[in-house]
Design a protein around this ligand. Structure first.
Ligand code: SAM
Length: 292
C-alpha cells in the first residue's frame, strides 16, 4: 500500500471510531465497560503500578482504565490516555473531572505515529491495539515513548473459537447476510478487527522487531455478561464485533434480513442464558513486554 492510500485507509478507521463505533460503544457501555473490565481487573492484579509512575493507556476509549491507573499511581504519578477519536477523549475528560482525578490526562492522537507524550515507566492497553492499520508502527511508537526497561501490558482477544460470543454470532450472520469486504464499500470500518493480535508468534515477532524483549503471553478465561437479557444480547451482537460489522456493511440488505438474523442469534445465544442475563465464555492474552 502506498503512503497516500495508507493515510486514506487510516483516516477511514479513525472516522469510524469517532462516529458510528463511538455511538455503538455509548449504547452498549453497560456491557462493554462492566463486562470487559473483568479482564483488566485480572490484569491489574498482576501488574501493580508503583506510586509516582507515569503510565500510558493506549486506545483508552472512555478512559475508565486510565482513571483506575491514575488512582493507583497517586498524585505524584500520572496516567495519560491516548485515543484517535476525539469523542472518546471528550467523554474520558468529563469522567476524570466528575470523579475528581486530576492526574488522569487525555490526548487525542494516533498511537501509530503520533506524539505519545513520553517518557513513561509503563504502557497499558485494554483491547486498544487490535484495530491498527499498522500495528508494527504502533508497537515501535509505544516503545519509543517508554523508558528503557519500561513495560507494556496489552490485553487482546485470543482466538475466535474460544470467544464464541463473537464467533458464533459471526458464523450465524454470515449464513444469512451477504459479506461485503472493506474494499467493496465506501463506508467507514473498524480496521483489522478483534482477533488481529490473537497469534502469539506473529505478535511476539512484531514486538521484538519494535524493540521489546522478555515477551510473555498469559491466557485468561472468564465468562462475561453479553446482555442483561436475550433482547439486549441480540442487539449487542447485531451492533458490534464481526457480526455487527457484516450487518452494517451490508446496508439495506443487512436491514432486510434482520428478522432471520434475530431468530438465528436467539438460537445461538440460548445456551448462554442465565437468570442474571446472558453470560458467555471469553478468552484473552495478557501480553507483557519490556522496552530495550
Ligand atoms: C475496542 S476499543 C477499546 C477502548 C478501551 N481501551 C476499553 O477497553 O474500553 C479500541 C479503542 O482504540 C482506539 N483506536 C483505534 N485506532 C487507534 C489509533 N490508531 N490510535 C489511537 N487509538 C486508536 C479506538 O478509538 C477505541 O477507543
Amino acid at each position: 500500500m502506498n503512503q497516500r492510500s495508507l493515510d486514506e485507509s487510516n483516516a477511514i478507521i479513525v472516522e469510524a471510531w469517532n462516529t458510528v463505533l463511538y455511538d455503538k460503544f455509548c449504547r452498549f457501555r453497560h456491557l462493554l465497560i462492566d463486562g470487559l473490565s473483568q479482564h483488566s481487573d485480572a490484569a491489574f492484579e498482576r501488574c501493580k503500578y508503583q506510586e509516582g509512575a507515569r503510565v500510558l493507556d493506549v486506545g483508552c476509549g472512555f478512559g475508565d482504565s486510565t482513571r483506575r491507573i491514575a488512582k493507583q499511581v497517586g498524585p505524584d504519578g500520572e496516567a495519560v490516555g491516548v485515543d484517535c477519536a476525539e469523542n472518546f477523549i471528550r467523554d474520558a475528560e468529563t469522567g476524570a473531572r466528575r470523579d475528581g482525578i486530576p492526574n488522569a490526562r487525555f490526548v487525542v492522537g494516533d498511537a501509530q505515529w503520533g506524539d505519545l507524550h513520553g517518557p513513561y515507566d509503563h504502557a497499558f492497553a485494554r483491547f486498544g491495539t487490535m484495530f491498527f492499520e499498522m500495528p508494527g508502527a504502533a508497537m515501535r511508537n509505544v516503545r519509543k515513548a517508554l523508558k528503557p526497561g519500561g513495560t507494556f501490558t496489552q490485553i487482546v482477544w485470543r482466538r475466535r473459537e474460544d470467544n464464541p460470543w463473537l464467533h458464533e454470532a459471526e458464523l450465524r450472520v454470515k449464513e444469512i447476510v451477504p459479506v461485503v469486504s472493506h474494499e467493496e464499500t465506501d463506508q467507514v470500518h473498524c480496521g483489522p478487527g478483534p482477533f488481529s493480535m490473537s497469534g502469539p508468534d506473529m505478535v511476539s515477532t512484531m514486538l521484538r522487531v519494535a524493540g521489546f524483549e522478555r515477551i510473555t503471553f498469559e491466557r485468561y478465561d472468564c465468562d462475561i455478561c453479553i446482555g442483561r437479557d436475550m433482547a439486549d444480547a441480540i442487539e449487542f451482537a447485531m451492533a458490534l464485533g464481526p457480526a455487527g460489522e457484516i450487518i452494517r456493511l451490508a446496508g439495506e440488505e443487512g436491514a432486510r434480513r434482520r428478522p432471520q438474523v434475530v431468530e438465528a442469534l436467539q438460537e445461538a445465544l440460548t445456551p448462554y442464558e442465565r437468570p442474571d442475563g446472558i453470560w458467555a465464555p471469553s478468552s484473552t492474552w495478557f501480553i507483557t513486554a519490556t522496552a530495550t
